[in-house]
Design a protein around this ligand. Structure first.
Ligand code: NAD
Ligand code: 89Y
Length: 340
């Protein structure tokens, strides 16, 4: 598969390294309007071609797919351009920035007959995958409650300074992943409420959010996120999960273990992620999930089926993000939109 990486910023380095670890993929070109970034990628990763504009890249390179790691405001133009050139598309979250814009792009790709997948990687973290597998394998019965919790005090603004300036911060940037895990575990959502806080006075958006969800299957879940929670050791970037079912309770804890409690006692399963050889703590579990997502995407592409986090699937996660902001603004309960 010949691919191109569009956007050579902070997170794209993980995507680049992960592609380079997959034998059947060759990233033949990169693109970034910033000459420093594209030259950095050419030098460090030995990429053959680098372009300032995606249009030139798509005109000059014969590609099977593009991987878009550019910021959200660039998604619409880049996705349409890639679809016009008939190449498969992977695009980073938060896709297009609104469910309406996302819907228009999903439909555009469908009209052009190109596949659209979203780089939604948190559900691909090893520990999270194992939680999803055990719950879906019915180890504790049909869940009636879940808590998916992401709380730490990591200085996230150092690598990603734009996060301090956005008006929609933690739900759109990070909560989107946690909401996606809730969907992967318990299914789509019929009702949602949310409250937010800004604890750090130096940022524009909210850095704390508490969201309550009612899922179609009947489970209630709490998704809670904070970048204002000081803990030692700091658990960044771990997501901790609690699931209660009629036959038992599951806990994914910060010591990278899954505990399954039943009437007969407790079983413990280690879910430590060692990460790829290029991983750089504390990002190990995220970097491993990038490889896992890309591997899944390749398998689906080869099989001619949609990835689990297709554009259409991700629409329903984006709709939860939107509903959460709406619920928080009006202190009300929302019925999130969903793909139909
Ligand atoms: P960044 O600002 O470091 O990098 C973005 C790069 O895109 C910059 O180099 C910029 O010059 C380039 N760019 C801008 N417009 C472009 C265009 N039209 N064509 C090509 N390149 C363009 O940002 P980042 O922190 O790397 O984030 C990029 C995306 O990755 C965001 O959507 C962010 O939410 C996402 N992200 C995902 C994860 C994850 O775990 N999935 C983690 C961090 C960031
Ligand atoms: O941008 C975010 C993401 O997607 O995962 C973690 C992050 O880098 C900071 O919140």
């Amino acid at each position: 598969m010949k691919g191109a990486l569009i956007g050579c910023g902070f997170f794209a380095e993980n995507q680049m390294r992960a592609w380079q670890s997959l034998a059947e993929v060759d990233i033949v070109a990169v693109c970034d309007p910033d000459p420093v970034r594209r030259e950095h990628f050419q030098t460090v990763f030995g990429v053959a071609h680098a372009f300032a504009e995606a249009k030139t890249l798509l005109e000059q390179c014969r590609l099977d797919f593009v991987d878009i790691a550019a910021p959200t405001p660039a998604h619409a133009a880049l996705v349409r351009l890639a679809a016009d050139h008939g190449v498969a598309i992977i695009c980073q979250k938060p896709f297009a920035g609104s469910p309406d814009r996302a819907k228009a792009l999903i439909q555009y790709c469908e009209q052009k007959g190109v596949s659209l997948s979203i780089h939604e990687n948190f559900r691909w973290q090893y520990a999270v995958r194992e939680v999803i597998r055990r719950v879906h394998d019915n180890e504790i019965g049909t869940p009636f409650f879940g808590r998916i919790s992401y709380r730490n005090g990591f200085d996230v603004y150092q690598n990603q300074p734009y996060l301090a300036r956005v008006e929609r911060f933690i739900i759109e940037d990070l909560g989107i992943h946690v909401l996606d895990i809730a969907r992967a575990l318990f299914g789509d959502v019929s009702r949602l409420s949310c409250e937010t806080n800004r604890v750090n006075p130096d940022i524009a958006g909210e850095d704390v959010a508490t969201i309550m969800l009612r899922h179609d299957g009947g489970a209630t879940s709490i998704v809670d996120c904070s970048y204002a929670t000081h803990l030692t050791p700091d658990p960044f970037p771990q997501t901790l999960i609690e699931v209660d079912g009629p036959h038992g309770s599951l806990r994914l804890t910060a010591d990278e273990r899954i505990y399954i409690h039943t009437r007969d006692g407790c079983q413990c399963h280690e879910v430590t992620s060692h990460g790829p050889d290029w991983s750089t703590p504390p990002w190990t579990i995220i970097q491993e999930s990038v490889v896992a997502f890309q591997t899944h995407w390749l398998e689906c592409h080869r099989a001619g089926i949609e990835a689990d986090t297709s554009g259409r699937d991700n629409y329903n996660t984006l709709a939860l993000v939107d509903a959460a902001y709406e619920a928080a603004a009006h202190h009300t309960v929302m019925t999130p939109r969903r793909w139909s």
